[in-house]
Design a protein around this ligand. Sequence first.
Ligand SMILES: [Zn+2]
Length: 312
Amino acid sequence: METTFKNLIELQKHFSNEETCWNHLEQLRWNGKVICPFCNSEKHYKFKNSRTYKCKDCKKKFNAKVGTIFENTTIPLSKWFVSIYIATSHKKGISSCQLAKDIGVTQKTAWFILHRIREMLKVKAPYMLNSKVEIDETFIGGKEMFKHKSKRENIDGYVKKTMVFAILQRQGNVWTKMVNKVDGKTLKPIIRQHVDKSTMLITDGFGAYTGLNKEYHHETVNHIQEEYVRGEWHTNTIEGYFSQLKRSIYGIYHHVSPKHLERYCNESSFRYNTRKQKEDERFNYSFLNCNSRLKYQDLIGKKNLNILSDTK
Ligand SMILES: [Zn+2]
């Protein structure tokens, strides 16, 4: 797809009317081959002067929004597009209060938009990492969050439920996941699922990683002995990634519930993995998973909105 914009101003100019936005959505979703979202049939009628289609097989009506994060909202696509751009290109993301002001909607609406976008950024199929890979785990939230691992208490595999585990390929992609436990039984299967056997693993001396040298080339850096950097055997890249993740969460949210943490992990991974893409490439790429709809009820569950106190 040709370059259409290089910054927010150009994006807004390009997608200034709903017509252009609709065309872009149809193009990204169908690429000229309209498919029924209900039965995958390619046979359809198109309604005149409208974006609506009717499937010849299942007889249901649909448009490009059906089955996507944009379905059943009255929010104009131009606002969605600006929100997607901001949420994916800003290094630290954006709070719902700020987005609400920026695009002129209520905070509740902005919160809803951001959560649907995060759902869209979720990677559906696992991708394999290889070459040199750093692995680490960290606390999100609470007093322990900003302490160095060696200074934290109680790190025996059964700590707080807000633990985040990440696997990062140097010069490559990261995989971030919320975990309930940080023991070998929990972490090793995730490593096997995402890391190719030819890979050089670099971890600290944390017990959960013991035994990985039977399956991988495994180098450990001993933090307790203050050995943070030994040539190229260090975990500085992943620690830098975690600091960024924490700053973006802490800069925007005072409390982040485990329920929502997984989505921030998706957002954070996405931003890291697309860091080298051009603005319009990243924008279009983010639509890959737009057909994963998340209902407002699913987002808030049974609790009220206060579980996520969005303060700035
Ligand atoms: Zn159909």
